[in-house]
Design a protein around this ligand. Sequence first.
Ligand SMILES: C[S@@+](CC[C@H](N)C(=O)[O-])C[C@H]1O[C@@H](n2cnc3c(N)ncnc32)[C@H](O)[C@@H]1O
Length: 377
Amino acid sequence: MNAALQPLDPGTPPAAPLTVRESRDFRSYHAFLRAARNYMEGPLVGQMHDAYERALEAPGAAGPPADWRAAEAVLDGLTEFQFYCWAYRNLQRFKYHRSSLGIFALLEAQRATLAAQLEATAAATPPAQLRLDPQLELPEYFRHVPFHQHTGGVAKDILDGVAYEIGRRTTVPAHADPNGIYRILFETLPKRDYARVLDWGTGHGAALMTWQESHPESECHGVDLSAPCLLLANQRARERGYRFFLSQQDLEHLDYPDNSFDLVFFNFMLHELAPAHTPALLAEACRVLRPGGLFAGHEFHLRPGDPFQNVLQRSHAWTNNETYSTPWYETPIGELAREAGFSKVSIEPFERLNRSVKRPGRAPINANYWNLYVFEK
Ligand SMILES: C[S@@+](CC[C@H](N)C(=O)[O-])C[C@H]1O[C@@H](n2cnc3c(N)ncnc32)[C@H](O)[C@@H]1O
């Protein structure tokens, strides 16, 4: 361990917590949205699969689908799949946009207080620990896409990071630890000295905080295009007394010197990148890693040989504005990683994340699929 690194700012009191006031109606409504999502991703998937099997076995049916296109032709005609797509799109829309109970309405009513607190915490942060760049030009592929139906994207309004943080509540099942997905990733990494780490697309900073909890010796850096997300990540870090180094940069053009990090980790990032940029983004991640350093993260994908899962997974491209996910499935990421300079490339199914829908007495249905990516410089 590098004993010289201090995660806490000596003598600096933690920032007061930023609290969004939520009415009982707001909480109930969002609990309902989360329950509806759990239903959609569990029992509804089971019912959809039953209907799909019946359709494949119906007299005159063409038999098992050869690929996802054939499976999609069957699913498109099923009420269950139509409802699944409707629910995916609209539950997400309702959570942001519902006129009185949506996240945007909630934040609008508290705009002045929340914005003032984010700004005050930023002003009290040493400049090296929060570097915002108002001149940064957001890449086209990012600027014009309202990912996950977050209207305007996550980089325009000062409260976008707060909206993103609240939004994840209805994405993660009620019983689950929202940071568990990060913990599971970190637990799979080799036990080593990670003196300096970079969270590649840190967003609201929850992954970096989860890392710091279990690796107090690490100097933690987070980069994102979104100033509002970085303001919130800074707020949350300072509430905990963590000394992070957050900066608003494009991951394709980092200002860190070569060989700066022992680990660059990412969560849910590869499917959000325009494929034309992926080679340069990987090359830049490789450049800032020291020799032997790791670039590691998880990402969803198509389950090989499972046309049913492939159709569901692909549908999220348009139901949830996952604009670059479809080309992501075709991206030869292993080859690109080698071309970018990584010497060892490992891509494995991430079994701990690969949940299935259980059905008593019958085979479970696989609705999701994740890979674990570990590239070594
Ligand atoms: C799906 S979010 C993931 C956020 C976070 N890693 C998490 O676990 O929730 C993608 C994040 O990557 C950021 N991002 C996308 N492209 C980027 C780029 N070229 N450079 C820096 N950040 C980028 C977005 O602003 C967004 O915060």
